[in-house]
Design a protein around this ligand. Structure first.
Ligand code: IPM
Ligand code: MG
Length: 367
């Protein structure tokens, strides 16, 4: 099992190190190779996604990714900015299906900014299309306007577009995912205004015909944003385009108390995937040893389940995370009165310990 380890920028290297520690406890034949990505790669190779890093990612069975980005690169030409690394990986590897679960751990119900009763037991899966939409649509650029409100003035433009096969394949992913859980899909669009999303909705309805056992409803994106903070538990699987998914998944993440808890998976058509925490590189706390490594550790668990066919090992990691939370250990982002504040490394060590104890116990029972 070849795993490409791409820590990236900011807190990326700190949190990925903890996930690697956890993976190493499992007695599995991993071959891990590290490579720079994002600003770190720009410093070393003059490009955020060097050929060598892209090649390593292509050759691997799965990719564990930290985070990229730092304000100090904001002045660089767009193609050289750290964010281009993750966009490039998504595009070159065809990682069109992004899974962003928003799960509220029972132990963290009080860390949410919403009332506990609104989020207790929350378990939403956002499926975001990841290689199309206005993120990648051509043409885009700057030019002199020939029409519009101010002809002759300077303007910028991007293109929102989706082809039928792009919508069909993400629709299948969503319906199949829903089958394995609450059997309900909410497709989020803006069909009342945008042609692209009227088409999105039409194609969703067509594909739904193959999944009579799954319920489908449709919601405009503005209403979806409102419902997420009003009654988030009404959702099971939410499927949407790249741009809306970017925004809604951050909102959904925060319902759970901290974006520092949430993993994500970005899969290609063969379930090869890139796994990363849902949060960013947090340059403001980088190097301080206080970042929450749990989202990355849970991303490693997702990797074992989706790409490496090791569901048991994945469950053990998830159980270990649950156990450290029950012990009352909290990084600063999820800390509250009466719990014990720990740093990145201590949190990683605690997960390793819980996992080792569990593995030892299983061996005793089996042996
Ligand atoms: C995300 C991030 C990225 C995105 C950025 C870093 C390009 O916000 O994964 O949600 O916009 O997709
Ligand atoms: Mg985002």
């Amino acid at each position: 099992m070849k795993i490409a380890i791409l820590p990236g920028d900011g807190i990326g290297s700190e949190i990925v190190a903890e996930a690697v520690k956890v993976l190493n406890v499992l007695d599995l034949p991993f071959e891990m190779e590290h490579a720079p990505v994002g600003g770190a790669a720009y410093e070393l190779h003059g490009h955020p996604l060097p050929d060598s890093t892209l090649q390593l990612a292509k050759d691997a069975d799965a990719i564990l990714f930290g985070a990229v980005g730092d304000w100090k690169y904001d002045k660089l030409d767009r193609p050289l900015r750290p964010e281009q690394a993750i966009l490039g990986l998504r595009k070159h590897l065809g990682l069109f299906a992004n899974f962003r679960p928003a799960i509220c751990y029972e132990q963290l119900t009080h860390a949410s900014s919403l009332k506990p009763e609104l989020v207790a037991g929350l378990d939403i899966l956002i499926i975001r299309e990841l290689t199309g939409d206005i993120y990648f649509g051509q043409p885009r650029g700057r030019r002199t306007a020939v029409d519009g409100h101010f002809p002759g003035s300077e303007e910028a433009f991007d293109t929102m577009r989706y082809s039928r096969p792009e919508i069909e394949r993400i629709a299948h992913v969503a319906f199949q995912a829903a089958r394995k859980r609450g059997k309900r899909v909410t497709s989020v669009d803006k069909a009342n205004v945008l042609e692209t999303f009227q088409f999105w909705k039409d194609v969703m309805i067509e594909v739904h015909a193959d999944y009579p056992d799954v319920e489908l409803d449709h919601m405009y994106v503005d209403n979806a944003a409102m419902q997420l903070v009003k009654a988030p538990k009404r959702f099971d699987v939410m499927v949407t385009g790249n741009m809306f998914g970017d925004i809604l998944s951050d909102a959904a993440a925060m319902l759970t108390g901290s974006i520092g808890m949430l993993p994500s998976a970005s899969l290609d058509k063969n379930n090869k995937g890139l796994y990363e925490p849902s949060h960013g590189s947090a340059p403001d706390i980088a190097g301080k040893g206080i970042a929450n490594p749990l989202a990355t550790i849970l991303s490693a668990a997702m990797m074992l389940k989706f790409s490496l066919n090791q569901p048991e090992a994945a469950s053990k990691i998830e159980a270990a995370v649950g156990s450290v939370l029950s012990q009352g250990l909290r990084t600063a982002d999820i800390w509250s009165e009466g719990t014990q504040k720990v740093g990145t490394r201590e949190m990683g060590d605690a997960v390793v310990k819980a996992l080792t104890d569990n593995i030892a116990m299983t061996k005793t029972i089996k042996g």
